[in-house]
Design a protein around this ligand. Structure first.
Ligand SMILES: Nc1nc2c(c(=O)[nH]1)N[C@H]1C(S)=C(S)[C@@H](COP(=O)(O)O)O[C@H]1N2
Ligand SMILES: [Mo]
Length: 323
């Protein structure tokens, strides 16, 4: 239906929001480029202060990373409408994007740092980002349910943040926890998982240069359905190891129990490294479906293709036992 604009509203106010934001972005970028040259501090300002508009959210200042894959990324549309985020809606598909508006990440976003480290306490995302240079990291993403994508994340090495927390010698693992808030997360009103969602990494995995804390997508802040405002991305592991909307980071001596391990210990292990030879009890992991293809005809790669960088962390380990 076409609605004639009332005569008293200037046409600039009824311009499509996307067009409007693009235009503003264009005007601002011209002024911003000179400043953007190197400083991570500027990125922080742009993320939480200056609020430069982007086509869907706020723009981030980033630099490209040599650790990116050369494969063509999936579109913004794909990455933000085919999701897995049980807090919004259980199952993979467009549910999380339809319900995304129910979750608006608090500003400031506070993360509690706990356990075996010198810097125990609460820290705001703004301060976590201080001094960091945000990078574009184009990574392969492999869900345990055999679909895959290529995603241009924006983030920085988790190891940088861990170092700033000054873990003690007892810190052997890092445990992450998602926000618990059933008022914003309709999925948390259902007893499908033992909320809140918890994940963990061994210290060397957490410190690995490929492991990032993600804050954006396609040069913009993360939309809610992709785990705003802060998530982990671990590209050689199945997607569920990338925990969304993190509010707690705890350094521990004992291996944490992740939510999926707790839910179905025979189906999901702690390591969850992508492995074509270790099938899920209910389906094969030998092949994958690269969205938007409907065919599951692409061979799955050991460690999702990141073996050269990560295999040495698992030498001597039985990957069938430690699945
Ligand atoms: N808190 C939380 N994190 C989560 C999930 C979830 O349900 N809750 N789903 C996981 C799964 S199974 C996958 S495949 C990825 C999907 O991330 P994406 O929707 O951004 O592609 O998020 C992971 N992180
Ligand atoms: Mo997944």
């Amino acid at each position: 239906m076409l609605i004639k604009p009332p005569a008293d509203i200037p046409s600039s106010e009824i311009t499509d929001k996307k067009v409007y934001l693009n235009r503003r972005q264009f005007i601002r970028t011209a002024a911003g480029t000179a400043l953007a040259a190197g400083a991570g501090v500027i990125a922080t300002e742009k993320l939480l202060g200056a609020q430069q508009p982007a086509p869907h959210g706020r723009k981030l200042v980033t630099k490209s990373s040599p650790l990116s894959t050369k494969e063509t990324p999936n579109t913004w549309e794909h990455i933000t409408t085919y999701n897995n985020f049980y807090e919004l809606e259980p199952g993979a598909g467009n549910g999380p994007s339809r319900l995304a508006k129910s979750f608006k990440p608090a500003e400031p976003w506070t993360v509690s740092v706990e356990g075996e480290c010198a810097k125990v306490g609460k820290i705001n995302l703004e301060d976590i980002l201080k001094g960091e240079t945000l990078e574009d990291r184009i990574y392969r993403h492999r869900c345990v349910e055999a679909w895959s994508m290529v995603i241009p994340w924006v983030g920085f090495p988790l190891g940088n943040f861990i170092n700033r927390c000054q873990p003690t010698s007892k810190a052997k693992f890092v445990e992450f926890t998602t926000l618990l808030d059933p008022r914003q997360f309709p999925g948390q009103r259902l007893p499908v998982l033992d909320w809140p969602y918890v994940e963990g990494l061994r210290m060397d995995e957490a410190m690995h240069p490929l492991t990032i804390l993600g804050v954006g997508l396609y040069g913009e802040v993360l939309p809610s359905q992709d785990g705003a405002p802060l998530r982990t991305v671990v590209p050689w592991k199945y997607g569920f190891k990338g925990i969304k909307s993190i509010v707690k980071i705890r350094f521990v001596e004992k291996q944490p129990v992740s939510t999926w391990q707790k839910t179905a210990p025979n189906e999901y292990g702690f390591y969850s490294n992508v492995n074509p030879k270790v099938d899920h009890p209910r389906w094969t992991q030998a092949r994958e479906r690269r969205l938007p293809s409907i065919f599951q005809n692409r061979p799955t790669e050991l460690f999702n293709g990141y073996g050269d960088q990560v295999a040495s962390m698992y030498t001597g380990m039985d990957l069938k036992k430690n699945f």
